[in-house]
Design a protein around this ligand. Structure first.
Ligand code: TMP
Length: 212
């Protein structure tokens, strides 16, 4: 039986996830809630090595299924080595991207379809998020926020790819509406923070993880 709480944050590149994750971190610290902040691809030593292979602009020849499998491999290691133990010990785990990124980017963006969900069901071994915040922002706005010189292999993809990813996210959010929370990310960062933290606070109280 899982004792902790598993939160993921998703959305197009440049949608402001990092800023909101920083706000969450400050909130958990201020309230003395034991937590683990992590990211995908990455999070573990093996995962970070896979991350540099996946995102390297020089790996232009990488085929789509290789990409999907590498993301899933990083995730399998992450779940087993870090996420499950943290949840079992009662921590709140906040992960910057998780399985829904693969379904949106590889399933919809690369058009690999349902194979991506199947591969990832093996990778996560039943360890699914309790809550997923989806930052909703037009991908062209997100893309324009990222400096062209530092864009990785995925960020460099054409806008058509990013539009398919975004449409995919919206479909997944409908499909799994019991855990998805759609956040209008085209607003001031403080307004977005108030929505996310307000929602989170309700869940923490319900779970007895917030004692005030
Ligand atoms: P980041 O910039 O949010 O750290 O994510 C790295 C890139 O990898 C981003 O463009 C989204 C992409 N990605 C996938 O395509 N599939 C995945 O499963 C994950 C976790 C990320």
């Amino acid at each position: 039986m899982r004792r902790g709480l598993f939160i993921t944050i998703e959305g197009p590149d440049g949608s402001g996830k990092s800023t909101q994750i920083q706000f969450m971190k400050e909130y958990f610290e201020a309230n003395g809630i034991p937590c683990l902040f992590t990211r995908e691809p990455g999070g573990t030593s093996i995962g970070e090595k896979l991350r540099s292979i996946i995102l390297d602009k020089d790996n232009a020849e990488m085929c789509d299924m290789t990409e999907a499998l590498l993301y899933a491999a990083s995730r399998a290691q992450h779940v087993e080595e870090l996420i499950k133990p943290a949840l079992d010990s009662g921590k709140v785990v906040v992960c910057d991207r998780f399985i829904d990124s693969s379904i949106a980017y590889q399933g919809y963006g690369r058009e690999l379809g349902d194979a991506v969900r199947v591969i990832n069901e093996y990778a996560v071994c039943g360890c699914m998020p309790d809550v997923t915040y989806l930052m909703e922002l037009d991908p062209s706005i997100g893309k324009s926020r990222i400096n062209a010189d530092v864009q990785d292999r995925l960020e460099l993809e054409r806008i058509e790819f990013h539009n398919r990813v975004y449409d995919g996210y919206k479909e997944i959010a409908k499909l799994y509406d019991e855990r998805f929370v759609e956040v209008n990310a085209a607003r001031e960062k403080e307004a977005i923070r108030n929505d996310i933290i307000g929602h989170l606070e309700g869940i923490l109280k319900d779970r007895g993880l917030l004692c005030r």
